[in-house]
Design a protein around this ligand. Structure first.
Ligand code: M6R
Length: 466
């Protein structure tokens, strides 16, 4: 096995052409990579990428190479994306080649808008600012797409064929959003859906008439890109991303933006909320466009979507007032259970993911009915059990089961809950507002325990490796 710099060095023994040396070296590589080679003797620099994001940008502040525009957005207005096989020398300018042949510099792409929030004294981390920004992000998104949902335009403008079932492929929080979106399709339109973890998508069977929806806030997640390469088996692919110029956005049949704006905290918050809203809007729009939902019903559902920004704001206010003593009470707990029923299950999963990601505590999410099939054994005196209480009458029995074992029940939802938030069983996105206290519980506990919520250990914002 040779290291890449030795491949380059060998070639430089015969010539001082760094660009040619890197082109020859990368032609011998397999796998996915993005690299920048610096010749320490001359200061020359050459960049190349293959199945891994890399972009180049010029501005008065200099020339930049980065894997994500958000890293350099403060200094540049536009950028160029390196395609597979591109090798670029950075001089006073960008010298673009592909497979050893001079190439035209690809068209510049304008930098997306910068974050809308500013960090304040009471919210001195990005995650807090991004949670705070959710009502505004949701309102912005609805302003952009709300008028095109009930008319069917949001769906029709994508130019995709009619479909009979949906297959969501995603990871982590995006997968949880996909589960909410898929279950909206089943609940509102009676069509089937499945959710597939992207890293396990390879073996899954895609039936005819399936629309594959790949969801990824970054659009650079390697597992999702691999699932795309390994084949949606004839199914058209729609990408739901926060960056339409991302690798995923560029490779699929149609792309829809969740338009959440830049998200810096590793824990996804406002992108989740925006994915759920635009994905649910898309479902309604597709049902109208295919004649499966009447326009009057679609308008009523869109009106429900317009209530979301206010509901998120109310949920945040309730969580700010009521969570601090609860956080204090559970700070010593080693493990947490999150329960929901129906549409609440995906939100329970999201609450558990947030908590484990930034507090390093074990957290399990289950449909509440599953308790008695195993997880109830975990409940002991004081075990925190967080319940998304959207008024499903079956929850009372599950809560009683936990209480009988001494578990500390924290309910989020209907009046009388530990944290009351505006939820309705009929809401098109299910109990979306519940996610705000779940995010704030995780953040509050992380801060209480002294952890940096923006940079959780072992994790990255964009997971560009398999
Ligand atoms: O960029 P993506 O949406 O594809 O990322 C997928 C997951 O890596 C991501 O959602 C991860 O689970 C979050 N950090 C959770 O907060």
């Amino acid at each position: 096995m040779r290291v890449i710099c030795h491949l380059v060095e060998d070639r430089l023994l015969d010539s001082d052409d760094l660009l040619g040396a890197v082109s020859d070296a990368v032609a011998q590589l397999t796998g996915s990579w993005a690299l920048v080679v610096l010749d320490a003797r001359t200061g020359r620099m050459v960049a190349a990428a293959h199945r891994s994001p890399l972009l180049a940008a010029r501005s008065a502040a200099g020339i930049f190479l980065a894997s994500d525009i958000s890293a350099i957005g403060d200094w540049v207005d536009e950028f160029h994306i390196l395609a597979d096989g591109d090798v670029v020398e950075v001089t006073n300018d960008l010298v673009w080649t592909n497979s050893g042949i001079p190439a035209v510099v690809p068209a510049p792409i304008p930098r997306p808008p910068r974050p809308h929030f500013s960090l304040t004294v009471e919210a001195d981390d990005h995650m807090a600012a991004e949670i705070r920004e959710q009502p505004e992000a949701a309102a912005r998104l609805l302003e952009e797409v709300g008028g095109r949902i009930a008319t069917g335009e949001l769906w029709n403008d994508l130019g995709l064929p009619r479909f009979d079932r949906m297959r969501v492929v995603a990871c982590g929080t995006s997968l949880n959003a996909g589960e909410v979106i898929g279950s909206a399709l089943s609940r509102l339109g009676g069509l089937g859906h499945s959710s597939v973890v992207a890293s396990e998508a390879a073996g899954s069977v895609v039936e005819p008439g399936t629309l594959t929806v790949m969801i990824s806030q970054s659009g650079e997640t390697a597992d999702v890109l691999r699932a795309l390469e390994e084949g949606p088996q004839g199914s058209p692919v729609l990408a739901l991303v926060n960056n339409v110029h991302s690798t995923l956005g560029r490779k699929v049949d149609a792309v829809l933006s969740c338009a959440a704006g830049p998200e810096i905290g590793v824990a996804a918050t406002k992108t989740f909320v925006c994915q759920v809203i635009v994905g649910t809007g898309l479902v309604i729009s597709a049902l109208v466009a295919s004649g499966r939902m009447d326009v009057a019903r679609a308008h009523r559902l869109v009106n429900d979507l317009y209530l979301i920004p206010e509901q998120l704001a109310e949920a945040a206010a309730a969580a700010r007032a009521l969570l601090p003593p609860l956080v204090e009470e559970v700070r010593g707990a080693k493990g947490f259970l999150f329960l929901g029923r129906g549409a609440g299950v995906a939100y329970a999963a999201e609450g558990a993911l947030k908590l484990k990601e930034i507090t390093y505590r074990w957290a399990e999410a289950y449909p509440a009915g599953e308790l008695k099939h195993g997880p109830l054994a975990l409940v002991e005196e004081g075990t925190p059990v967080i319940v998304i209480d959207d008024d499903d009458h079956r929850l009372a029995g599950n809560i009683a089961e936990v209480r009988a074992r001494g578990g500390r029940i924290i309910t989020i939802g209907r009046p009388g809950s530990s944290v009351e938030v505006p939820l309705s069983l009929a809401a098109p996105c299910g109990p979306l507002a519940a996610v705000v206290p779940l995010q704030m519980l995780a953040l509050g506990l992380a801060v209480e325990l002294g952890f940096d919520a923006d940079k959780p250990r072992n994790l990255a914002k964009s997971v560009t490796v398999d």
